[in-house]
Design a protein around this ligand. Structure first.
Ligand SMILES: [Fe+2]
Length: 273
């Protein structure tokens, strides 16, 4: 379908890369929603255009964001990202061969941890997942609060909250038990190249700790994403079914809430209609 026929998707902001990567790789051409995007690297900023039409750009959360449509505000924010005691980086910007909606659906499904990330994010001996009721706030953002799952790395139950402000993005809040009220953050921002291909941008913003080694953190996070990429690219249906098709497969509360939220918004681009 033509992305213009899906106003929620067309009018959203999308990241097109981290400024440092764009500069280093001189990546002046990318794709978004079936259209070529030309990037121009200036001394202090990066501009974007589509078929000669200048597009709005904003640098935020470590990425250059642009839009083909008319968003009703700036790109989503996360003020904590800018706290001075955080380590922030782009884990990767990598192409994945399926709908970007699929990765959001994957990220919010803790039930896959023991099977896809054994020994890292989950453990087959501790498959229990505790979930709470999804919330939609007054801004229309979908929240999946307080999802609990066993974390082998710390040998304890970890608590996660997911924030979905746009169909193709999710921010993961990892609760910090030693500092209540604070979180470590991972952002998964999908740049839909077309309905069945996207570029996964993975934002990292954790509170700094003395044990941290940035290169190690990056490679560990990339390894987790490689495991998800392997699974994502093996779906026979590249787009995300919002109803029907996968209803025989048990999906968790979060996944059901996300698919319902997409249906209520009328999202069709990247979904099975
Ligand atoms: Fe995963």
């Amino acid at each position: 379908m033509d992305a213009r026929d899906d106003p929620v998707v067309w009018n959203a902001w999308y990241p097109v890369g981290a400024p440092t990567d764009i500069r280093r790789q001189h990546a002046t051409r990318t794709r978004l929603l079936g259209h070529q995007i030309d990037l121009t690297i200036h001394k202090t900023w990066i501009s974007a255009a589509c078929e000669g039409r200048p597009l709005p750009v904003t640098e935020r959360l470590g990425y250059v964001w642009t839009t083909l449509g008319r968003p009703d505000g700036p790109p989503q924010s996360l003020l904590e990202y800018y706290e001075v005691d955080r380590v922030t980086m782009n884990i990767w910007s990598t192409p994945i061969k399926c709908s970007g909606l699929r990765i959001i659906d994957n990220v919010i499904d803790n039930a896959h941890f023991p099977f896809v990330h054994p020994g890292i994010l989950g453990d087959a001996a501790h498959p229990d997942i505790i979930t709470a009721e999804p919330i939609i706030d007054e801004g229309g953002t979908l929240w999946l609060p307080s999802q609990r799952a066993w974390l082998p790395l710390t040998q304890s139950v970890a608590e996660y909250t997911y924030r979905i402000a746009d169909p193709y993005t999710v921010i993961l809040y990892i609760h910090r038990p030693q500092s209540p009220g604070r979180h470590d953050f991972l952002g998964i921002f999908a740049q839909p190249v077309d309905e069945e291909n996207f570029i996964a941008h993975k934002m990292f913003a954790w509170v700094h700790e003395n044990w941290m080694d940035e290169r190690r953190l990056k490679s560990d996070q990339q390894w987790i994403s490689v495991q998800d990429k392997y699974v994502l690219e093996r779906h026979t249906e590249k787009r995300l079914p919002l109803a029907g098709l996968e209803s025989s497969v048990s999906v968790d509360v979060g996944s059901l809430a996300y698919r319902q939220w997409l249906r209520d918004k009328g999202v069709r681009y990247g979904a099975v209609q």
